[in-house]
Design a protein around this ligand. Structure first.
Ligand SMILES: NC(=O)c1ccc[n+]([C@@H]2O[C@H](COP(=O)([O-])OP(=O)(O)OC[C@H]3O[C@@H](n4cnc5c(N)ncnc54)[C@H](OP(=O)(O)O)[C@@H]3O)[C@@H](O)[C@H]2O)c1
Length: 337
C-alpha cells in the first residue's frame, strides 16, 4: 500500500487531492459501468486519499453516483465526515438567452442529483463566443453563489481572451479546466501567465491521453480506429495526429519510458508529474473507469519523485519536433468551437 497523496490548498477553505478522479469514464462512452460496483469502488478511492471528483451534468449517471456515494458514505461513516469528499461538477448549457430561471433550474438539478445543498465547485462551459450570453449566465451563477448554492465558481475550456473579459466584468473564478499534457502544451502559451496574474488555477485533463500515454502503447503499431474502444482514446488519437503523428509519439513514449525507468516509476507517472509541475496547475484529472479498471497504486507514485533539468531537456528535444497546436487549433478549448 502506497502512502496517501498529499493535500493541496485549492482555495482558502478547500483542499483537494492533486490527482482528481475523472468521471467522464462512467458516462457510457468508455464501456459499460455497473453502478453498484462503481459506487463501491468510490470508497476505495476515498480511503486511499483520492477524495476529489470531477464530473459534469452530461456525464451520464456521474452526478447520481456522487449522490448515492454520499448517502452510503454518510450511513457508514457518519454525515459529519461528508466534507472529506470534494465533488466538482460542470454545467454545459446550450447557447441562447440565459435567464435567472434557466440558470437556477440547471443548478437545482445538479444539487438534487448530487444530494448537496451547495456545490463545492461549479465549472461553466460555453460553446459559442459569438453568443455573449455567457456573461449573463455567469452573473446569475455569481448570484447563486452569494445565495449559498455554489461554493466556488470556475470555468472549463475557456480561452485566455474570454478569461480577460470575464475578469474585466468583475466575475471572480477560481479555476479553468483545460486539456494539458506533454503533447498539448497550449495552456502555457498565454493562459498560464494570465492565471498567475489573476490568482486563477488550472485543472488539467487529457494528461494521459485517454491511456495512450502509457507503457501499453509503447512500441505498438499505430492503432486503427476500431481498436480505440473508448471516447477518450479516439479523442486523443486525433490530438496526437494533429500534434505530429504516431511515429513522433513513439519517440516521446520512448523518452518518457527512459525517464520513468530512471525514477522507478511509470510512463503515466512521468506524464502526470510533468503537468503538475507546470505554472498555475492545481491538479490533474485522471479518468477512472470505476469498477472496471483502476491504477491507484501506480498513480500514488506521482507524489514520490521529481523531474530534473535533464529529464525535462530530453522531453523538450522530442516535443520541439511537433507542430504548434496553438497555430493548428487555437487557444485552450478552441477544439470545441
Ligand atoms: N472539461 C472537458 O472538456 C473535459 C474533457 C475530457 C475529460 N475531462 C475530464 O478529465 C477526465 C479524464 O478524462 P480523459 O479523457 O482526459 O482521460 P485520461 O485521464 O487522459 O485517461 C484516462 C485513462 O488512462 C488510463 N490510466 C489511468 N491511470 C493510468 C496509469 N497509472 N497507467 C496507465 N494507464 C492509466 C486508464 O485507462 P484504462 O481505464 O483503460 O485502464 C484511464 O481510463 C474525465 O473523466 C473528465 O472528468 C474534461
Amino acid at each position: 500500500m502506497q502512502p496517501r497523496p498529499p493535500r493541496f490548498q485549492f482555495a482558502t477553505d478547500l483542499t483537494i487531492c492533486r490527482i482528481l478522479n475523472g468521471m467522464w469514464q462512467v458516462s457510457g462512452a468508455h464501456g459499460a459501468i455497473d453502478p453498484g460496483r462503481a459506487v463501491e469502488e468510490m470508497f476505495a478511492y476515498q480511503d486511499e486519499g483520492f477524495t476529489t471528483w470531477d464530473l459534469a451534468d452530461h456525464y451520464g449517471p456521474a452526478e447520481d453516483f456522487i449522490g448515492r456515494f454520499r448517502r452510503e458514505f454518510a450511513a457508514r461513516r457518519g454525515a459529519e465526515r461528508l466534507s472529506e469528499i470534494q465533488a466538482f461538477t460542470k454545467w454545459v448549457p446550450h447557447p441562447g438567452r440565459m435567464t435567472r430561471r434557466i440558470v437556477e433550474d440547471a443548478i437545482a438539478i445538479s444539487l438534487s442529483r448530487m444530494g448537496v445543498e451547495c456545490l463545492d465547485l461549479l465549472q461553466f462551459h460555453w460553446w459559442d463566443y459569438g453568443d455573449r450570453n455567457y456573461l449573463d449566465a455567469l452573473r446569475h451563477l455569481v448570484d447563486l453563489q452569494h445565495e449559498g448554492k455554489i461554493h466556488h465558481l470556475a470555468l472549463t475550456n475557456f480561452d485566455t481572451e474570454r478569461l480577460g473579459i470575464i475578469a474585466e466584468h468583475g466575475i471572480g473564478i477560481v479555476s479553468n479546466q483545460v486539456q494539458y499534457s506533454v503533447v498539448d502544451r497550449r495552456p502555457e502559451m498565454r493562459m498560464a501567465s494570465f492565471c498567475r496574474e489573476h490568482g486563477v488555477t488550472l485543472l488539467a485533463y487529457g494528461t494521459l491521453l485517454g491511456g495512450l500515454l502509457s507503457e501499453k502503447y509503447l512500441g505498438r503499431a499505430e492503432p486503427q480506429r476500431h481498436e480505440l474502444d473508448t471516447a477518450s482514446l479516439r479523442k486523443y488519437k486525433n490530438m496526437i495526429d494533429a500534434w505530429g503523428g504516431w511515429a513522433l509519439f513513439q519517440e516521446l513514449l520512448a523518452v518518457l519510458k527512459q525517464t520513468a525507468d530512471r525514477r522507478r516509476v511509470s510512463v503515466a507517472n512521468v506524464g502526470v508529474r510533468y503537468v503538475l509541475d507546470r505554472p498555475a496547475v492545481a491538479g490533474v484529472i485522471v479518468g477512472a473507469r470505476l469498477g472496471t479498471a483502476q491504477h491507484r497504486d501506480d498513480n500514488t507514485r506521482v507524489f514520490g519523485f521529481e523531474l530534473d533539468e535533464e529529464d525535462l531537456a530530453r522531453i523538450e528535444a522530442v516535443v520541439a519536433k511537433s507542430r504548434d497546436l496553438m497555430a493548428v487549433i487555437g487557444d485552450c478549448g478552441d477544439e470545441y468551437r
